[in-house]
Design a protein around this ligand. Sequence first.
Ligand code: KG4
Ligand code: ZN
Length: 374
Amino acid sequence: MAADEPLVLGIETSCDETGVGIVRGTTLLADAVASSVDTHARFGGVVPEIASRAHLEAMVPTIERALKEAGVSARDLDGIAVTSGPGLAGALLVGVSAAKAYAYALGKPLYGVNHLASHICVDQLEHGPLPEPTMALLVSGGHSSLLLAPDITADVRPLGATIDDAAGEAFDKIARVLDLGFPGGPVIDRLAREGDPKAIAFPRGLTGPRDAPYDFSFSGLKTSVARWIEAKRAAGEEVPVRDVAASFQEAVVDVLTRKAVRACKDEGVDHLMIGGGVAANSRLRALAQERCERAGIRLRVPRPKLCTDNGAMVAALGAEMVARNRLPSDLELSADSSLPVTEPHVPGAAHAHAHSRAHDHDHVHEISKDNLYS
Ligand code: KG4
Ligand code: ZN
């Protein structure tokens, strides 16, 4: 770890995790997370107002905990990064407001960064600098996409995405149908280990020869699993929860890995990065490893704690922004709940201002000339 690498604090509040991470370059120094997931569990999903209030209460203590854990002073930071989107508007706003306050008070540059690009960049903390381009399969509660990123700070290109539910959303919905609580991913992952993935042949969405090669669809699978369970219940039979979990999970990870490996082959990229909460799934990790090995592709997946939402991923992308001299955001930065994946960060308007000032100047000049000669 070189002392001249950028020291950046990252704040993540896009959903129900208040995450604050500190990194120097690509080295993780602190990863403090306060989660309000238990408060949401009894509602079967994240309640935005509850999440925002929990962020507000956890924000300052989590920042202080991270600084202590990293053993650095806020004065030494080279920048403050924050998730400015996509995510829940009210939840994002708490993080963005906090980041602006700290950046202003400390006189540090502010970087509003993209949550999805952060899920990819976090792997730098575990496996070193990302190759360029990076092929990434991004699978979370709100998104499922295949992305080709020649430069994670400035150039992220979507090859395909889900046309209905996100992969994590499908896990959460099936867990609800099976009365397994929220969030569904971790519990289905656990139960599936004791089930038979071949017990029930659930459909693989969008895998026909005429289907878009890199798009995903999980809504048909979800309906099919729900109907299968209903039919069992209606017949008064016991639902084999472990087999259903294993067979459902297999359908999801089969399609995800198949399409990701195909994208690597088609684009001539010899490695694959998997990020987002669903990347914590043990079967997804195992099957991806198996298929990548067979295809001669190197697989990079961060450890599970770095896959689910955290502040370290935001700090990792922020540090990359500083290292590559990307333009910081303005203090007017706002939360953007639907920030597109193609915008890794929200640069300030410095260029626009410079341009409009030059323009004003020309304008003034012309008027004075007019005055002179008229
Ligand atoms: O990235 P993330 O923490 O938050 C979003 O940005 O959405 O992803 C959360 C999603 C949830 O849907 C959760 O059920 C899923 O990731 N998830 C998993 C696992 N751990 C979390 N899905 C499958 N297997 C897991 N082990
Ligand atoms: Zn996420």
